[in-house]
Design a protein around this ligand. Structure first.
Ligand code: SAM
Length: 473
C-alpha cells in the first residue's frame, strides 16, 4: 500500500502507485485544461506532487511544453538568481565488491586498475584541487568493507579539512558512498560532512535487482531506505539522484518525486539536492547495451519538470554532460556544476598511464575550471564558491527557511560575489579575472539592502588589497 509516511521502501516508493501515476499521466497528457491548471499551480512556487508533475512530463502539447520551460527558467531565476555553485568530485577508492552491471568498478572487472588513496596521496590531490580554486568537494568511492571502511572515510575527511595550502581550503566536503547504518551516518555528520549523496540508480525494484545482481547493494530496500537512516543519524542535507538510462525515465521521475515527498513528510525536510546523471561509456561498459537511454530533449524536459516540482531543491549536473547540454539545462534549473573533474583515483595530481586507468566513466566536459568559470560568466552567471550555509549551520529546514524568507539576495548573492572575488585573485587567468571583475562590479549593485551592499564592497576591497579571505553572511 502506498504510504508517504511509512519508513518501508515498498510503501513510500510503491510500484502500484507509480503504475497508476503513469496511467493517469497518459490519460491526461492531452488534457489542456488540467495541464493549464497544473502550470498555474506550479506558478505558486510550492511545488507539485508526483502525480501532477508526471502529467506535465508526459504532456505532448508543444505550446504547453514551452510554457513549462519558461516557468522552469523563471523559477530558477527567482530562487537561485544567476548563481551557480561550483564543486569537484574526489575519487578516494575504486575497490568494490558489488556487481552493478553499468559500473566499471564492479567486482568482476579484473582489468581496471584498483586504487585507494593514502592520506599522503589525498594531500596531493587536495592541493591540486585547491590550486585550481575548488572549495567544495564530493568524495566518491566504491563499496568494499575491507578497503573502504568508515574509519578510512573519517580519516580522509579529517585530512581534507586540515589541508591549508597558500590561500586554499576545502570548506565543504560532501560524500557519495554506499548505503550504511545510522551509527555510521552519525559519525559522518560529526566529521563535518555537508551533503550525503546516494543515487537510487533506479526506483524500479525488479530492474534494480537485475542491475545489482550481487553484493550488498543488491538489497533494494536497504539502499532505498538509506536516506531515512541518514536523517536519523542527524544528516539533514541529503542528495538524491537517478542514473538515467537504466529504466524508463517517467517511472524514475515519479519515484524520485515520491522519495522527495517521503523525506518531507517523514522528516519535515526534503532533499537538499537532486542529481541527474546519465549513463556513460566506461572501461567495460557500453551504454548501447542498455535500452532506456534518453535524448537531450527529454533530458531538458526532465530538468525543467524537476525544477518546477521541487523549487527549493538544488540541482546538480556533472561533467558526464558536454558543454552544449550543460548550457541548455543551466537555464532550466541546474544550480550546481562540477568543473575540471577527474573520475580516476589520484587523477588530479598526475595523469594516469594508459595501462593503469582507474576512471569510473568518460568525462564529456573536459575543460579546466578556469574555462568553465569564464564560460559561465560570459553567459552572465556568477560562479559561486560559497559554502556559508553549511558553515553557519543553515542546513536542513534552516536552509529551507532562508530560501523561503526572501533573504537569498542579501545573503547568497553577496557570498557568491565575495567567493568569486577570492577565486579571481588567487587562481584565475588574466582573461577570466578581467571578465569576473567587471561582472562583480555590475552585480554588487544588485544587493538590495544598502547596509549589506556597503559591507560587501568593503570586503571585496579587503580581499583585493589586504589579501583577506573567507568573508561570509
Ligand atoms: N558506490 C556508491 C554507491 O554504492 O552508491 C556510489 C559512488 S559511485 C562512485 C557514484 C555514481 O556513479 C553511482 O551512484 C552511479 O550512479 C554512477 N555511475 C556508475 N557507473 C556509471 C556510468 N557508467 N556512467 C555514469 N555514471 C555512472
Amino acid at each position: 500500500m502506498y504510504d508517504v509516511n511509512s519508513k518501508r521502501a515498498d510503501d513510500f516508493i510503491n510500484h502500484e502507485e507509480i503504475l497508476d501515476t503513469l496511467k493517469y499521466a497518459d490519460e491526461n497528457k492531452e488534457n489542456g485544461a488540467l495541464i493549464d491548471s497544473l502550470i498555474e499551480k506550479a506558478k505558486l512556487r510550492k511545488g507539485l506532487s508526483h502525480r501532477e508533475a508526471s502529467v506535465l512530463l508526459a504532456c505532448e502539447i508543444e505550446e504547453k511544453n514551452q510554457e513549462i520551460f519558461r516557468l522552469a527558467e523563471q523559477i530558477k531565476k527567482d530562487f537561485y538568481g544567476n548563481r551557480i555553485v561550483m564543486f569537484a568530485p574526489l575519487y578516494l577508492s575504486n575497490y568494490c565488491i558489488n556487481g552493478c552491471t553499468y559500473c566499471p568498478y564492479h567486482m568482476k572487472n579484473k582489468h581496471i586498475a584498483r586504487k585507494k588513496l593514502t592520506q599522503e596521496e589525498i594531500r596531493r590531490e587536495v592541493i591540486a584541487l585547491q590550486d585550481m580554486g575548488h572549495k567544495r568537494l564530493a568524495l566518491e568511492a566504491g563499496e568494499d568493507p575491507v578497503h573502504n571502511t568508515m574509519e578510512y572515510y573519517l580519516e580522509c575527511i579529517n585530512t581534507i579539512y586540515g589541508i591549508k595550502h597558500k590561500n586554499g581550503a576545502i570548506r565543504r566536503v560532501n560524500i557519495n558512498i554506499a548505503a550504511t547504518t545510522v551509527d555510521h551516518y552519525r559519525l559522518l555528520k560529526e566529521a563535518g560532512i555537508g551533503t550525503y549523496i546516494l543515487f537510487q540508480e533506479t526506483y524500479h525494484k525488479e530492474s534494480y535487482l537485475t542491475l545489482h545482481p550481487t553484493g550488498p547493494k543488491h538489497d533494494y530496500n536497504y539502499h532505498t531506505e538509506a536516506m531515512d537512516r541518514a536523517m536519523e543519524g542527524g544528516i539533514d542535507d541529503v542528495g538524491l539522484g537517478v542514473l538515467f538510462g537504466l529504466d524508463k525515465y517517467r517511472y524514475e521521475f515519479a519515484g524520485l518525486l515520491m522519495h522527495a515527498e517521503h523525506l518531507e513528510a517523514a522528516f519535515g525536510v526534503g532533499p537538499h539536492t537532486i542529481s541527474v546523471p546519465r549513463l556513460k561509456r566506461a572501461d567495460d561498459i557500453d551504454p548501447g547495451q542498455f535500452d532506456n537511454g534518453i535524448d537531450d530533449d527529454i533530458f531538458a524536459k526532465l530538468v525543467a519538470c524537476i525544477r518546477i516540482s521541487v523549487p527549493y531543491t538544488g540541482m546538480i549536473i556533472s561533467t558526464r554532460e558536454n558543454q552544449t547540454t550543460r548550457e541548455r539545462v543551466l537555464h532550466l534549473g541546474i544550480s550546481q556544476i562540477s568543473g575540471g573533474s577527474r573520475t580516476s583515483v589520484g587523477g588530479y595530481y598526475e595523469p594516469e598511464p594508459e595501462d593503469k586507468k582507474s576512471e569510473q566513466f568518460d568525462v564529456s566536459d573536459t575543460r579546466s575550471l578556469d574555462e568553465v568559470v569564464r564560460w559561465l560568466m560570459q553567459m552572465d552567471y556568477i560562479p559561486s564558491f560559497c559554502t556559508a550555509c553549511y558553515r553557519e549551520g543553515r542546513t536542513g529546514d534552516r536552509f529551507m527557511s532562508l530560501c523561503k524568507s526572501g533573504q537569498i539576495q542579501n545573503c547568497c548573492h553577496p557570498n557568491a560575489l565575495m567567493t568569486l572575488k577570492e577565486y579571481l585573485m588567487d587562481y584565475a587567468s588574466p582573461e577570466t579575472k578581467a571578465i569576473g571583475d567587471k561582472l562583480i562590479e555590475k552585480e554588487v549593485l544588485n544587493v538590495p539592502n544598502e547596509k549589506a551592499r556597503s559591507i560587501v564592497l568593503e570586503n571585496l576591497r579587503l580581499i583585493e588589497q589586504d589579501n583577506r579571505r573567507d568573508f561570509r553572511f
